[in-house]
Design a protein around this ligand. Sequence first.
Ligand code: PLP
Length: 452
Amino acid sequence: LKVIASVEPRIAEATRQELADQRGSLKLIASENYASPAVLLTMGTWFSDKYAEGTVGHRFYAGCQNVDTVESLAAEHARELFGAEYAYVQPHSGIDANLTAYWAILAHRVEGPWLKNVGVKNMNDLTEADWEKLRGELGNQRLLGMSLDAGGHLTHGFRPNISGKMFHQNQYGTDPATGLIDYDALRAKAKEFKPLILVAGYSAYPRRVNFAKMREIADEVGATLMVDMAHFAGLVAGKVFTGEENPVPYADVVTSTSHKSLRGPRGGFILATEEYAPSVDRGCPMVLGGPLSHVMAAKAVAFAEARTTEFQSYAQQVADNAQHLAEGFLKRDTNLVTGGTDNHLVLVDVSSYGLTGRQAESALLDAGVVTNRNSVPADPNGAWYTSGIRLGTPALTTRGFGQAEFDTVAELIVDVLSNTKPGTTKAGGPSKASYVLADGVADRVRAASAEL
Ligand code: PLP
């Protein structure tokens, strides 16, 4: 920090403050974690200075021999860790991984066959008229993904997102009675819609997914099955999700982040079958900018960490702790979407406290409990104010929390929620944003958290 401070002291101070905040609060954001010193240090190296567009052994720049070592190792570790035929470790984030995967699937399923049909090998040899036809074909494809309010991600076909604009999109949700994916309803929708791509995976669905069933549905309609395991990659790597809950043997393409439950550096990666590999491999520079070689190096370190038995115990503890957290809420009469969890996250419906997700999130932050507001299925408060808060166990499990600590976490959250009242707007009506947290509660909760 001294070196940074000698150049820009405010950045050094913000960095010091970030460390203090992350240590002094309860980090319950389901997509966050604490990466190891080895992972963090690997990101701060000279690889940051190197350009390396292209792939291993096939670069658009000279002098990439050390990046080749790094990228090959990261890909090899990823293949072994997840049992995948092929791994691509260049995506800079989860969204980049999804975008790269979509274009790879389009290239493999639409562009390649179309070019073959026209009898042209190189796109530059197309006539203007044919080029327009190809663009029309690419723009006329269908994608079916899980809706945002059911727990899917923006990139799974949410209309305002690029994925909802580049495809004709349709969305599946959850059964209103159970909050669970209804595979029969999904099958019926897929049969009617006939997507090119069926996307499975989630950001806020507190349950496991049966990927064998997803495969069956994809096969019945001739869709490519793409699974976005960004949230639960750590549970797959740690062998908590096995058999039909492990997407890798079932999906054509699996995308992921490396920084959530997997506890690596901030970044993305893609696993695929050999069939899709050549198209995915063209991600950079066709979709992605030059790879972040320092981050690829850190991914290799994180994958090496994740193949240890220590990581497997960690991953199991993440899932066990989510159960403990859910039990802590249920015994304190707090509603959970789907009535519980069997992965790493818990979605609390705060409407019975008379609060919006935004009010709950803000009051909890005052008390040093960091969460994010989240829609619940068919949320009456929309995606901005919401009616829920999403909590995840990966970060606090890294800090060593177990059953007793997570029971206390539930107790502290219930303390804040039951002592928060909605505020009023300037006109005197009920507000969805402002709130009043009773005096003394924030200090009480902070003091109790510091004991954990
Ligand atoms: N996919 C899923 C399922 C996610 O939950 C997220 C992040 O929240 C992403 C993709 C995007 O990841 P990133 O923020 O690294 O682009």
